[in-house]
Design a protein around this ligand. Structure first.
Ligand code: SAH
Length: 243
């Protein structure tokens, strides 16, 4: 768990896990006793560089989680929350867990998240991330989601799988009426097969499939323009509702 953050004026950030030891960074040494100072304090390194200290919020720690497979980005995760309205009362099932990036992001605001994966190596990464973020309401399950979902009366099921259409039947049985199924896929052939399979199912309606393009801008005096290199495409989100 990250205990404290040190920020330099030019934006450079340092993450401190152990406040009982002196900390070394590119600006020099910070004494352990200074790491105990209250949030907002200015701390000087031995080279007289000034840094501001404060306690991290969820998002500061979240940005430092371990990543193994491709994760769902925050812009896509945020849209899942915006479209489904899930909150502190919601029960969520997520598959596959991967690094647990989406599962952790949702667990931060939901009542309970159960995340499925079939690979031990990824499950171990999710367990580490869960502990790192101190998320008590995230359960990790080793199970092939195509073979069934144990939880019932679920508000939201999120899928990030190579063959999401194979999870439609289990998802339908596990969602409550009015609950949402959201599938994230990086490629269009996956979207085609998923949505066409959904459309054959009574009790499920395809609301929409979207792609979120986010362009970050550089602002430096009058040099104002989109950053020249950035990730544009991440994936497609298909929103389905159980009726
Ligand atoms: N959404 C995740 C990334 C998922 S990567 C994140 O944000 O971190 C896709 C994951 O699906 C992989 O870890 C893979 O092992 C898992 N997976 C593939 N098939 C599966 C299945 N049938 N049941 C459960 N998990 C599966």
């Amino acid at each position: 768990m990250i205990k404290k953050i040190l920020v330099a004026r030019e934006g450079k950030t340092f993450y401190i896990k152990d406040t009982s030891k002196d900390y070394h960074c590119q600006f020099g040494l910070i004494k352990a006793k200074d790491l105990k100072k209250k949030d907002g304090s200015i701390i000087k390194t031995n080279t007289k560089k000034e840094l501001i200290i404060f306690t991290p919020s969820f998002i500061d720690s979240y940005k430092r989680i371990k990543r193994a497979p491709q994760i769902i980005t925050r812009k896509d995760a945020a849209m899942i929350i915006a479209e489904t309205g899930i909150n502190k009362d919601s029960k969520v099932v997520d598959a596959g867990a991967g690094s647990g990036a989406l599962a952790c992001f949702l667990a931060n605001i939901c009542k309970e998240v159960v995340s499925y994966d079939i690979r031990d190596d990824f499950i171990n990464i999710v367990k580490k991330n869960k502990e790192f973020l101190n998320l008590k309401n995230l359960k990790i399950k080793k199970k092939n989601v195509y073979e069934g979902i144990d939880e019932k009366n679920i508000d939201l099921i999120t899928l990030d799988l190579p063959e999401p259409w194979k999870a439609i039947e289990p998802a339908k049985k596990s969602l409550k009426t009015g609950g949402f199924l959201v599938s994230y896929s990086p490629t269009i052939p996956q979207v085609i097969d998923f949505v066409n399979s959904v459309n054959k199912e009574k009790g499920l309606i395809h609301i929409k499939t979207i792609e979120l393009i986010q362009r970050e801008w550089e602002i430096d005096g009058r040099k104002v323009r989109p950053k020249t290199t950035q990730t544009v495409h991440t994936g497609f989100l298909s929103f389905i509702r159980r009726i």
